[in-house]
Design a protein around this ligand. Structure first.
Ligand SMILES: Nc1ncnc2c1ncn2[C@@H]1O[C@H](COP(=O)(O)OP(=O)(O)O)[C@@H](O)[C@H]1O
Ligand SMILES: [Mg+2]
Length: 246
């Protein structure tokens, strides 16, 4: 079964002479439990695809379906129980005056859970932070710890699909691998499906089963990670990306 179906997706910003066609006729499927990568250089439309799925890019056409259900103009609250996003910058994504406890507690409350206390404890354990971080504020956390909080917040509604937008590229190189390993473990433990953006082919090679290569808003190639490892890209642009990454 497909967890995510994208068919003929177009996303644009502005109108008339100011119009930017950020995504053009993108199509791909992500199976339940699969980890799918989106790669391509900066400005190629990777984030825009994630934003269109989650409702942050309002002008789009084509078909987006999650768990077999097509998405319309607005997304019901139920949608965000299924689909959650983790952003690139853990500094921008947490409110400076909300403690970790408040961030997670509010999210759980919003999604209608009652056993909030127990769930906050469990979420902190799940992301490897533990209870000593519960009443801290963002300025008391490192970048990696903040991203763990952002991941805990995304996990709070018990989603099936996580949209990960370069989740480690704003972090120190020394903690990037820790966060990637955490994400890999969480996918196993929670049976999650990932759609993960990266400009780094080695990250996608490590984290994903298949990937789509984007250039100027278009998907130019979809390939298995096995083919990536074997340097078997067929499209000249994918070959160029591969050669640039070794
Ligand atoms: N809110 C916006 N308004 C206008 N143009 C945008 C907006 N967001 C993205 N774009 C444009 O869409 C294109 C794709 O951007 P983006 O999806 O962020 O690329 P990537 O994530 O691959 O770096 C770029 O040309 C970018 O300038
Ligand atoms: Mg981006």
């Amino acid at each position: 079964m497909s967890m995510l179906e994208i068919e003929g997706l177009n996303v644009w910003f502005g109108r008339d002479r100011d119009r930017v066609d950020a995504v053009k006729q993108a199509s791909f499927n992500v199976g339940a439990g699969e980890s799918f990568g989106l790669v391509g250089e900066s400005g190629s439309g990777k984030s825009t695809i994630l934003r269109a799925i989650t409702g942050l890019a309002p002008t789009w056409s084509g078909r987006i379906a999650v768990g077999g259900m097509a998405i319309g103009r607005s997304r019901p609250k139920q949608f965000y129980k299924k689909v959650q996003m983790v952003f690139q910058d853990p500094y921008a994504s947490l409110h400076p005056r909300h403690s970790v406890d408040a961030v997670l507690g509010e999210t759980l409350h919003l999604h209608g859970f009652n056993d909030i206390d127990a769930r906050v404890v469990k979420l902190l354990d799940d992301v490897g932070l533990g209870q000593k971080f519960r009443f801290r504020y963002p300025h008391q956390l490192s970048g990696g710890q903040r991203q763990r909080v952002a991941i805990a917040r995304a996990l709070a509604p018990e989603p099936e699909l996580l949209l990960l937008d370069e989740p480690t590229s704003a972090l120190d190189v020394s903690v990037q691998a820790e966060i990637l390993n955490l994400l890999a473990d969480l996918r196993q433990e929670h049976g999650l499906t990932y759609l993960m953006v990266s400009h780094d082919l080695s990250v996608v090679g490590h984290m994903c089963d298949r990937l789509a290569v984007m250039k100027d808003g278009e998907i130019v190639e979809i390939m298995d990670v096995a083919a990536l490892r074997a340097m078997q890209a067929t499209h000249p642009y994918s070959q160029h990306l591969l050669q640039a990454s070794v």
